[in-house]
Design a protein around this ligand. Structure first.
Ligand code: NAD
Ligand code: UDP
Length: 312
């Protein structure tokens, strides 16, 4: 049994990770300031004596004796990370420094939840880990993108300078139950709009692409990455390479929900990436990992989740 710290543990990905780690027999400390996360995401875990929650902000140092750290704390949806851009940068950068300091002192392994946003609006397709990216340092997404890029640099610096055992996961668009219904991400937006019979809001002409992975696949990949030998640090892409347009996603969700919603078109946000698709050959080779949940299956489970949330 290991003692594992999950920062951002009350969020969408963090709550699934806490649950999986507890089911594997580990002791889990969930640290969160509840900015975008919620106690409702982890309420079912509270009876487990090996689960502990701590209200704390990662921009402040944290002390505990742990074996592993998953550093997930950071708002992930554009509307939330742009709400207070300075705080987003502090969360990524100071959160990384504080978590790495803890890893250094406790000699624990530490995994960073990095992102496909590292690649910005990519000019190379699909995106391989060797691509340096195309990020606007001044645009509205920069607080998130550059914060995450700096966090990757910090992880590598602590590794080279202080021998900290690090892992960097570049996570591509992930969806599933426990997404925040009002966080503005496309899958949750479209499903909630379809179930409520509201207009489906496509930004731009809907021809931009994304590659959506189901949450269970991601959690498996994160745990496999943490278990790789110390010599493997990543960065490694974790995503489902099946690429679809935003319009196709809207059509799938309308069909699946039997909704009467109509599609409306709204302005494309500034710097919205035109295309995104992971090259996952490195994850296949080093982690022996592949996403296995197809879009129909994953979306059906997510629709069921939002149906129950909307029923109250
Ligand atoms: P989320 O917003 O649901 O979860 C983030 C969690 O971090 C929330 O519980 C929030 O309250 C907490 N948090 C935010 N700022 C904090 C702070 N200063 N101190 C302590 N806790 C703080 O988002 P998510 O989708 O679960 O994303 C989790 C991580 O994965 C993030 O780091 C995100 O950048 C990364 N990621 C997610 C995706 C995706 O598609 N969901 C893609 C790429 C990367
Ligand atoms: N999007 C959309 N309608 C919405 C929300 C998002 O068309 O109601 C688009 C958005 O412009 C982007 C894609 O869907 O092109 C994915 O957006 P999301 O915020 O989920 O993730 P990200 O842009 O960070 O990949």
């Amino acid at each position: 049994m290991k003692r594992i710290l999950v920062t951002g543990g009350a969020g969408f990905i963090g709550s699934h990770l806490c649950e999986r780690l507890l089911n594997m027999g580990h002791e889990v400390i969930c640290l969160d300031n509840y900015f975008t996360g919620s106690k409702m995401n982890i309420i079912h875990l509270l009876d487990n004596p090996y689960f502990e929650i701590i209200r704390h902000d990662v921009t402040m140092p944290f002390f505990a004796e742990v074996d592993e750290i998953y550093n997930l704390a950071c708002p992930a949806s554009p509307i939330h990370y742009q709400y207070n851009s300075i705080k987003t940068i502090k969360t990524s950068v100071m959160g990384a420094i504080n978590s790495l300091g803890l890893a250094k002192r406790t000699k624990s392994k530490i995994l960073q939840a990095s992102t496909s946003e590292i690649y910005g609006d990519p000019e190379v397709h699909p995106q391989h880990e060797s691509y340096w990216g195309n990020v606007n340092t001044l645009g509205p997404r920069a607080c998130y993108d550059e914060g995450k890029r700096c966090a990757e640099t910090l992880f590598m610096s602590y590794h080279y300078q202080n021998n900290v055992r690090i892992k960097i996961a570049r996570i591509f668009n992930t969806y599933g139950p426990k997404m925040n219904s009002n966080d503005g991400r496309v899958v949750s937006n479209f499903i909630v709009q379809a179930l409520k019979g509201e207009d489906i809001t496509i930004f731009g002409d809907g021809s931009q692409t994304r590659s959506f992975q189901y949450i269970d696949d991601l959690i498996g990949g994160l745990i496999k990455l943490m278990d790789t030998p110390d010599s493997f640090t990543g960065p490694v892409n974790l995503g489902n390479p099946v690429e679809i347009t935003v319009s196709t996603l809207a059509d799938m969700i309308i069909k699946m929900t039997g909704s009467k919603s109509k599609i409306i078109y709204m302005p494309l946000p500034q710097d919205d990436p035109r295309q995104r698709k992971p090259d996952i050959s490195l994850a296949k080779k080093e982690l022996n990992w592949l996403p296995v949940v197809d879009a129909e299956t994953g979306l059906a489970k997510t629709v069921e989740y939002f149906r129950s949330v909307l029923k109250g």
